[in-house]
Write a protein that binds this ligand. Structure first.
Ligand code: HEC
Length: 281
């Protein structure tokens, strides 16, 4: 028991992933929705690194003026393909080409952050934030990459240079049947090195009385580079969250004024109520 606890503690020093039923636990993305510098950085990353495979059909370049950018800045830094500032964020690649080249069509990302959100659980921004930080090299896959949040994903890790080298270790405790058909517990540790080669170690667990489980952890050779990458991913996810609902900044601002008005009105109503009933009581 103590050994198990120590094991858990040691693992928590590196970024640990816990698997629950139906997938990996999603990390909470830093909330930067009112931070214009973060949104601008996210827009830049999106246009540079994502907008060649993915489109954003419901977004126009000049909507980015909402993030404090001028038309001239958008033209200079974010327009590469001869598009005009009033154009939609479309791409040259057709869905058929995408399917042919990658085996799966890259989805339009206009509302991905809304599409991936859950009612009471993690938001779509949390999903994108965790997904983009969950790639590992895997030589057995066509693209050379795999992903913990989206196993066997067709998308390569496009931000790998920014991320720096990482290894991934998965530890699975499960029951297997031997040649005679009797079941026993085994702990399988699979390590993917920074080049994507795997080593698998199987350990027999005699007398194990727990449940089946799966955990995983990443180890970064260069934590400083990774921290910088992680902050960029937070900005990018933040931007995708904004793009899924660009009016949310205004909606939240208006919401605050409405609440203030209601409180003020409540005060007035209480005082008026007292004044009207004064003679009756
Ligand atoms: C080289 C092409 C390519 C680039 C560049 C690319 N993607 Fe993808 N992306 C794909 C493909 C292909 C899929 C579909 C994966 C599948 O269905 O297996 C995908 C899927 C996704 C998904 C959906 C995952 C899901 O759970 O459905 C998200 C989110 C995503 N990409 C975000 C991004 C972001 C953000 C960037 C920019 C950093 C980016 N992609 C850059 C090819 C690309």
């Amino acid at each position: 028991m103590i050994k198990k606890l120590l094991g858990v503690l040691a693992l928590s020093l590196v970024s640990t992933l816990a698997f629950a039923e139906g997938g990996v636990h999603l990390d909470h993305a830093p909330d930067r929705i009112t931070d214009l510098a973060s949104l601008q950085n996210g827009a830049k990353l999106f246009v540079n690194d994502c907008l060649n495979c993915h489109s954003a059909h419901s977004m126009r370049y000049n909507r980015l003026t909402d993030l404090g950018l001028t038309d001239a800045e958008i033209k200079k830094n974010l327009l590469f393909t001869g598009d005009k500032v009033g154009d939609l964020m479309t791409i040259a690649m057709t869905p058929e080409d995408g399917k042919k080249w990658f085996g799966s069509t890259p989805p339009d990302l206009s509302v991905i952050a809304r599409a991936k959100s859950t009612n009471f659980g993690p938001s779509g921004v949390d999903y994108v934030y965790t997904y983009l930080r969950s790639f590992y090299r895997d030589t057995s896959k066509k693209s050379g990459w795999n992903n913990v949040v989206f196993p066997n994903v067709a998308m390569p890790n496009v931000l790998w240079q920014m991320e720096g080298p990482r290894t991934y270790t998965s530890i699975e405790t499960h029951e297997v049947a031997d040649a005679k058909g009797t079941e026993h517990w085994v702990r399988t540790t699979t390590n993917y090195d920074a080049d994507g080669f795997q080593t698998v170690k199987n350990e027999d667990l005699k007398g194990y009385e727990g449940e089946s489980s799966q955990i995983g952890h990443f180890d970064s050779a260069d934590p400083k580079t990774f921290a910088h990458f992680e902050s960029n991913v937070a900005d990018l996810s933040n931007f995708l969250g904004w793009m899924a609902e660009p009016s949310q900044l205004l909606r939240k601002q208006i919401g605050v004024w409405v609440m203030l008005f209601l409180f003020l009105f409540l005060f007035v109503a209480v005082r008026m109520n007292a004044a009207y009933w004064k003679h009756v009581r």
